[in-house]
Design a protein around this ligand. Structure first.
Ligand code: NAD
Ligand code: GLY
Length: 361
């Protein structure tokens, strides 16, 4: 299907997207000149489905891989689990040239990337994302992290992978809810950067929800292109990259307020995008029609518009503790139009409350 380049000087890399692409894993590792021991980290769900296949492909390519499985779920993105993987890497005798592969969704990707960034002060990292969310977002751009009891993604680094290998066929086994979750981030790209892509999403929902292979390849490629373009301009989120957090400010607060159990990331982002559209409208930045467009695409892709079991006061408190709060001010990513964002740090508590009342049941 083709490649997307992430051009970051001496740490540039390629995102390779195709169906049946897992079969190219051995070849990719050889092309990158890796040999000897390799650690493949996956979770029990994905490992059961694709682990043995990857291991035997890597062995056929003359490499010496071992598979380490973690429990599926957000709780796995922890220092406790990281400690176990460090122990595995040490006992395997991995050295600075030994790559570590993440085979799985965003949890496995973020956790494994954190290991790769810190083990021996950094070893080569390869992403083989298997959830839609990981294929369109978390495997690209180098944000790696584990959670702390006091907050999500608080311990991490910017650490770019050496390559991203996307096999769109892996999406055939993805649970339906996880497909919708990934689609929230796909919708985000249309809203923040590309009105034509937004139109494509609007008019091709049936094919996408039915997991039509070419539709999925298209949305994955376009999402990766948009993310790559932003990351190339602002790798460390000093300015522009903040636009990728559209919908995420409220989403993080909702996830925290519901103990990371009720909503997965994409669902919380969908509610957050609704909230951000409402704030944009309340500030006079965008029309009522645009808010309707946002609501309609979120619903079309079976995602929630409103959050249950949260309170406006809790969410307000949590918003002020978000790590993206710079100098005590929340940097709100808002919409002028589809594909046109504006970042504002002067949104009053009153406006935020008005929007929250609309999105909290
Ligand atoms: P996840 O990794 O928990 O995967 C979701 C579920 O799908 C899991 O149960 C997993 O086992 C299963 N799964 C994955 N691929 C599968 C497949 N092909 N077939 C069957 N089952 C499969 O969740 P996620 O939504 O992929 O990622 C969420 C995480 O990503 C969060 O921790 C979030 O903070 C992080 N994230 C990171 C970034 C970043 O830039 N680093 C961006 C967005 C989200
Ligand atoms: N998911 C937001 C980012 O990668 O910056």
């Amino acid at each position: 299907m083709g490649d997307v380049s992430v051009n970051l000087r001496d740490i540039s890399y390629t995102i390779n997207i195709d169906s049946n692409n897992l079969d190219n894993a051995g070849q990719l590792l050889r092309q990158l000149n890796y040999q000897g021991k390799i650690l493949v980290v996956s979770d029990e769900n994905v490992g059961k489905l694709y682990g043995e296949r990857i291991i035997s492909l890597l062995k056929s390519a003359g490499l010496m891989p071992e598979l380490f499985l973690v429990q599926p779920g957000e709780e796995t993105k922890s220092l406790t689990v990281a400690e176990k993987i460090f122990a595995k890497a040490i006992t395997m005798g991995l050295d600075r040239k030994s790559p570590i592969i993440a085979l799985g969704g965003g949890v496995v990707g973020d956790l494994t990337g954190f290991i790769a960034a810190t083990y021996l002060r950094g070893v080569p990292f390869i992403q083989i994302p298997t959830s839609l969310l990981a294929q369109v977002d978390s495997s690209v751009g180098g944000k790696v992290a584990v959670n702390h009891a006091l907050g999500k993604n608080l311990i991490g680094a910017f650490y770019q992978p050496k390559a991203v290998l996307i096999d769109t066929n892996t999406l055939s086994t993805l649970p339906e809810r996880e497909l919708y979750t990934g689609l929230a981030e796909v919708i985000k790209y249309g809203l923040i950067a590309d009105s034509d892509f937004f139109k494509y999403l609007k008019h091709n929902s049936e094919a996408i929800l039915n997991r039509d292979s070419s539709a999925l390849k298209h949305i994955i490629k376009r999402s990766c292109e948009i993310k790559a373009e932003v990351v190339e301009k602002d790798e460390k989120e000093l300015s522009l990259r903040v636009i990728l957090n559209f919908g995420h400010t409220i989403a993080h607060a909702i996830e925290a307020n519901t103990g990371y159990k009720q909503y997965n990331h994409g669902e919380a982002v969908a509610i957050g995008m609704h909230g951000a559209a409402l704030i944009s409208n309340l500030l006079g930045l965008c029309s009522n029609e645009l808010v309707e467009e946002v609501r309609s695409i979120i619903s079309r892709y079976r995602l929630p518009l409103k959050a249950k079991n949260c309170t406006v006061d809790d969410i307000i408190n949590l918003l002020l503790r978000d790590k993206k709060v710079v100098g005590g001010k929340v940097h709100w990513v808002l919409l002028n139009d589809i594909g046109k964002v504006v970042v504002r740090n002067d949104v009053s508590e009153d406006i935020i409350k008005k929007a929250l009342v609309e999105i909290i049941i």
